[in-house]
Design a protein around this ligand. Structure first.
Ligand code: UDX
Length: 447
């Protein structure tokens, strides 16, 4: 009989995982503790902007015309426990307020709510990013609190999806990593992922701590690459070099690779910043903090970029205070193709300038509602053109395709001054200069 799958937590990770499991042919039940989210999902609506996700969901949510009906949602733990053979835990693990460590309370409460309903043998699979050692602790908890006892097993299966590519990354993962303690768990997970494995996704079987560490070390490596190139951008600025050329040239060495070497205002979002901090905090608890002191530097290089962008803007405005200066900000989300503004470098820069007296007007293709919610005092415009109208300087802070397609000549007509600063090294400098703009980018020679 086909496996029945449940997904606990329906944020980015869970909503995508649930829809993808239905797409792979399984009967799926998703659970969330927030009623509004469940209501939306039942109507086939996605609570965030993620390309392709709504279509995928609508193809499977029960009750939607023409759907396979394989995907249902509930808020009832008993129903979920009864239904599933394999339960995926996809709740978030945010940074704890005022600390580096991550907040495990959502994972802990998901496991505590589920355990009493595991009467038959079941596999609980953690997907959330957790401090190493959590799986060990949670497995013991399950064995003790589930009526099925030791037959309520745990596995750890970290998730590597990128926002903006969540559907593709989930259906066609570049690797599947499973931390397991029994052949039965491995067999079940091989069954769950049979389709992507057949299509060529490598399937890596590990113990618990390795599976947990794979995720945090992958994110640390990516963060390191970005901060490395941003440190080189600082050197380029000090010497007149060009970091974009430098990245291209070192990237041809395939041991280095060209990806994740775009200098600019740095990384943000709900994952990289908090994951490297939680990793440092956990290493400290384990007495291995020295091994990760380099991540402190990665973090501070990254945070410094935001301040450097503010200073570059100040310089271009003549070096004084921002009072009376109109600043257009293109981009609010932490990356393109997402509406996520969590720890967004773009909003951080916009906020700093605003708090120093600048008149900031922000435009973002998808992030306006979320940006307004967390930063209601910034100015907002309905289009790039409106944001730029009357501006003394234009900041390009999130590399949406829409911004690369802007016509610099048209924008030049409405701007008060033709000065553009590219915080993402993604605009065509020559095209802007041809249209009469003074063009500056981080780590690149000036106009
Ligand atoms: C990341 C990991 O990539 C993913 O595998 C993990 O599961 C979750 O965390 P995500 O948060 O979606 O995914 O964003 P990512 O694409 O990694 O970008 C992170 C940040 O780095 C963005 O703010 C982006 O603008 C920035 N970035 C990326 C750079 O500044 N330069 C680059 O070259 C690449």
């Amino acid at each position: 009989m086909a496996l029945k799958i449940t997904v606990i937590g329906t944020g980015y990770l869970g909503a995508t995982h649930a829809a993808a499991m239905a797409e792979l042919g399984f009967e799926v039940m998703g659970l969330d503790v927030v009623p509004e989210k469940i209501d939306k999902l039942r109507r086939g609506e996605v609570p965030m902007y993620e390309p392709g996700l709504e279509e995928l969901l609508r193809r499977h949510v029960a009750g939607i015309e023409g759907s396979t009906g394989r995907l249902r949602f509930t808020m009832d733990w008993a129903e979920l426990g009864e239904f599933g053979d394999v339960h995926f835990v996809c709740v978030n693990t945010p940074q704890r307020h005022g600390e580096y460590a991550c907040d495990m309370s959502y994972v802990d409460s998901a496991i505590a709510s589920l355990a009493p309903h595991l009467k038959d043998p079941a596999l609980v699979v953690g997907k959330s990013t957790v401090p190493v050692g959590s799986a060990d602790r949670l497995a013991a908890y399950l064995a003790e609190h589930a009526p099925a006892g030791a037959d309520a097993e745990l596995a750890w299966n970290p998730e590597f999806l990128r926002e903006g590519f969540a559907v593709q990354d989930t259906l066609h993962p570049d690797r599947i990593v499973v931390g397991v303690r029994s052949e039965r768990s491995e067999k079940l997970l091989r069954e769950v992922y049979a389709t992507p494995v057949e299509e060529g996704s490598p399937f890596v079987v590990t113990d618990f701590p390795t599976a947990e560490l794979v995720k945090t070390s992958a994110n640390s490596f990516l963060a390191t690459k970005i901060s490395f190139i941003n440190a080189m951008a600082e050197l380029c600025e000090a010497t007149g070099g060009d970091v974009a050329k430098l990245a291209e040239a070192i990237g041809y060495d395939d041991r280095i690779g060209r990806k994740f070497l775009r200098a600019g205002i740095g990384f943000g979002g709900g994952c990289l910043p908090k994951d490297i901090r939680a990793f440092m905090a956990r290493a400290g608890e384990l007495g291995a903090d020295q091994a990760l002191t380099f991540l402190r530097e990665i973090d501070s290089i990254n945070m410094r970029q935001r301040g450097r962008m503010v200073e570059l803007t100040r310089q271009e405005l003549g070096g004084g205070p921002f009072l009376g200066k109109r600043v257009a900000v293109l981009g609010a989300t932490f990356k393109p193709d997402s509406d996520d503004v969590r720890d967004s470098p773009a909003l951080n820069v916009a906020g700093q300038i605003h708090l120093q007296g600048g008149q900031v007007t922000v435009y973002d293709p998808k992030g306006m509602d979320n940006a307004r919610r967390i930063f209601p005092t910034l100015g907002y415009a309905d289009s790039a053109l409106e944001a730029v109208r009357g501006a003394h300087v234009v900041l390009h802070l999130t590399e949406w395709q829409e911004f690369r397609e802007l016509d610099p000549a048209e924008l030049g007509e409405v701007a008060a001054e033709r000065v553009v600063l590219d915080g993402r090294n993604a605009l065509d400098a020559e095209a802007w200069r041809r249209a009469g703009w003074r063009f500056r980018a981080m780590g690149r020679p000036g106009a």
